[in-house]
Write a protein that binds this ligand. Structure first.
Ligand code: 13P
Length: 255
């Protein structure tokens, strides 16, 4: 089963709307209309509209970094799926470890967001991954299993088609420490096995599993060469046109 590589930039809390416009324009020039790799950029909320304009007519797609799982109403500070769709957002990052840690997001809450996104025609990028403490205590696979199955609770086989999983070991995020390709592959293969058990082999083989955590042009080729790594969710290296486009290139060459 060949899965189309996906390279997604998570800009986190970086880039003003005008800086985002500039970055997205540069990426848009690099990404071909008939691109073999799917390319997504995920700016902050205030930058979404300008970035959306910058990538109009290109093959680059827009993602958001979160949403609130209600249609509208008295939820100060939150953003709805409808608002995201209005600026042509297609993907939404959910369950990022920074949200789990700093905003105490639980698997149940993340699961509500995953289901709400799917009901509202957005593609969730569900992030899962262990901390260093959990890895050292040999709890990696248990943590990944709990977060994966918790996040996907009640998601149908048909809907799984619209979900992307991102394995992001917390100890590798923003630290410069990358999981070795073998370490990452072991967890990716485990995630695929869990998807086969929870759904079936066909659904599992179709699901893209991204790696995230200090992925950069110098290590991307080895990671993307692994059988179950279908792309990357990139933080730091997504903030500059050259490094992000080099990652798109790495995925083109790995395909
Ligand atoms: P870095 O690429 O900066 O390690 O961040 C990874 C990440 O958290 C992407 O969501």
């Amino acid at each position: 089963m060949s899965r189309r590589f996906l390279i997604a930039g998570n800009w986190k809390m970086n880039k003003t709307p005008s800086e985002g416009h500039e970055l997205a324009s540069g990426i848009g020039q690099f990404v071909k209309k008939d691109e073999s790799v799917e390319v997504v950029v995920c700016p902050t909320y205030p930058a979404l509209d300008r970035v959306s304009q910058a990538i109009e007519g290109t093959a680059v797609k827009l993602g958001a970094q979160n949403l609130y799982p209600k249609a509208s109403g008295a939820y100060t500070g939150e953003i709805s799926a409808e608002m995201l769709r209005a600026v042509f957002v297609k993907y939404v990052i959910l369950g990022h470890s920074e949200r789990r840690e700093y905003f105490a997001e639980s698997d149940d809450f993340i699961n509500d967001k995953v289901k709400f996104s799917l009901e509202n025609l957005l593609h969730p990028i569900l992030c899962i991954g262990e901390t260093l403490e959990q890895r050292e205590a040999e709890q990696t696979l248990d943590v990944v299993k709990k977060q994966l199955l918790g996040g996907l609770e009640g998601v149908s086989k048909a809907d799984l088609n619209n979900v992307v999983i991102a394995y992001e070991p917390v100890w590798a995020i923003g630290t410069g420490k990358t999981a070795t390709p073998e370490m990452a592959q072991e967890v990716h293969a485990f995630i695929r096995k869990l998807l086969t058990e929870a759904y079936d082999d066909n659904a599992s083989q179709k699901t893209r599993i991204l790696y995230g955590g200090s992925m950069k042009p110098s290590n991307a080729a080895d990671l993307l060469a692994q059988e179950d790594i279908d792309g990357g969710l990139i933080g730091g290296a997504s903030l500059e046109v050259n490094s992000f486009c080099d990652l798109v290139d790495a995925a083109r060459n790995a395909g």
